[in-house]
Write a protein that binds this ligand. Structure first.
Ligand SMILES: Nc1ncnc2c1ncn2[C@@H]1O[C@H](COP(=O)(O)OP(=O)(O)OP(=O)(O)O)[C@@H](O)[C@H]1O
Length: 203
């Protein structure tokens, strides 16, 4: 198999709080992975480690190649006094990856108005969540991490989300979804449970 991410003997503690203990996981290119866990079990911490936002206490996180990562972690951070259009361009420009047509297609999929003049700070929870999902996919990233992606989404948007995931997997993207929600419509290659700091693989 074509391992794209290898996590070896990963530990993360915040002072005396041992959040992740000896975590091992290999993710292959094109896989769809699900990590289930209750609030506070360490899902966001794991994603912050993978995206290098925080450093492990010990252990290794190795990408086999130069992958471009898209991520939705906790509440998506935006410039609150700017529009959706401004925010998405601003973020994509960091990587010189602004693709207006792709962004408009994603906005249409989620029934979000790309030209909405409202500041993003005024958006509803669901609208903001959709904007967060869009930024994780808008640069056609290879490896996508989604933390509680369907939080606050209505039924139509959950369907749009499922569609996006299926299409992305067909396009050989690698995706990890961490959530306490279940995703019955999606076919995962592997499922894990993150509990008491340990990651258990489900059959
Ligand atoms: N920067 C930090 N400093 C100290 N403790 C932290 C920090 N970040 C996370 N933690 C602790 O790590 C544990 C896991 O938090 P994390 O946010 O990863 O959980 P989660 O599974 O994403 O939860 P939720 O589903 O509620 O988003 C919690 O006990 C939290 O208090």
């Amino acid at each position: 198999m074509n391992a794209t991410l290898s996590i070896r003997n990963l530990y993360k503690s915040f002072k005396k709080n041992d959040v992740l203990k000896n975590l091992n996981m290999t993710v292959n290119k094109g896989e769809l992975i699900y990590i289930h866990g209750i609030n506070g079990c360490g899902k966001s911490t794991l994603f912050k480690l993978i995206t290098d936002i925080i450093k492990p206490t010990s252990g290794e996180i190795v990408f086999s190649a130069d992958v471009r990562i898209g991520a939705l972690i906790e509440n998506p951070g935006f410039l609150e006094n700017q529009t959706l259009k401004f925010n998405l361009k601003f973020l994509a420009d960091f990587n010189k990856a602004y693709d207006k047509n792709r962004i408009i297609a994603l906005c249409n999929l989620f029934q979000l108005d790309f030209d909405n003049k409202e500041k993003i700070g005024k958006y509803s929870v669901g609208m903001r969540q959709k904007a967060g999902i869009i930024q994780a996919f808008m640069e056609n990233q290879d490896f996508i991490l989604l933390d509680e992606p369907t939080r606050g989404l209505d039924t139509a948007s959950i369907q749009a989300f499922n569609e996006l995931i299926k299409k992305s997997i067909q396009a050989n993207k690698t995706i990890i979804i961490a959530a306490h929600d279940t995703f019955d419509e999606l076919q995962f290659d592997r499922k894990y449970e993150l509990k008491d700091g340990y990651l258990h693989e489900h059959n």
